[in-house]
Design a protein around this ligand. Structure first.
Ligand code: RB5
Length: 143
């Protein structure tokens, strides 16, 4: 899969870990930064990942900040992005199966590397169930 990933300073280390891991298992990863632990503003990185996903050039996005909330909200503001803020595995699976989420947001101050890895694995591996869920997802649109 092609995956765009971005983080602010609070998500920098977890983002780097996920980039390495995703590449190691054969995914094509676009790392959109941030590139250090220096303080930055999460909306820029959430938007950047969201725009890559919305363009259709990448299949999925992963965004990381301290809580996963700010960067997830920012990514989800891009038209065509359905960003799910997830901190456990049921949510990771449902975000795909029922909501057809195309970006997952993680909080580096909430989940450790191990849980984050499993969330991303499940998020990438789970298919959208379609059917009644497609009708509902189709009703999610900007106002
Ligand atoms: C940075 O301190 C923190 O506010 C940010 O990473 C994120 O958690 C915001 O939602």
């Amino acid at each position: 899969m092609k995956i765009a990933i971005g983080a602010d300073h609070a998500g920098f280390e977890l983002k780097n870990h996920l980039v390495e891991r995703l590449r190691a298992v054969g995914h094509e990863v676009e790392d959109l930064g941030t590139d250090s632990g220096a303080s930055v503003d999460y909306p820029e990185f959430g938007r950047a990942v969201g725009e890559r996903v919305a363009s259709g050039d990448v299949d999925r996005g992963v965004v990381v900040c301290g809580s996963g909330l700010g960067i997830g909200i920012a990514a989800g503001k891009v038209a065509g992005v359905r960003c799910a803020m997830v901190s456990e595995l049921y949510g990771a699976r449902m975000a795909r199966a029922h909501n057809d989420a195309n970006v997952v947001a993680l909080g580096a101050r909430i989940v450790g590397q191990g849980v984050a890895e499993e969330i991303v694995d499940v998020f990438l591996a789970t298919s959208f169930e379609g059917g009644r869920h497609a009708r509902r997802v189709g009703k999610i649109e900007p106002t």
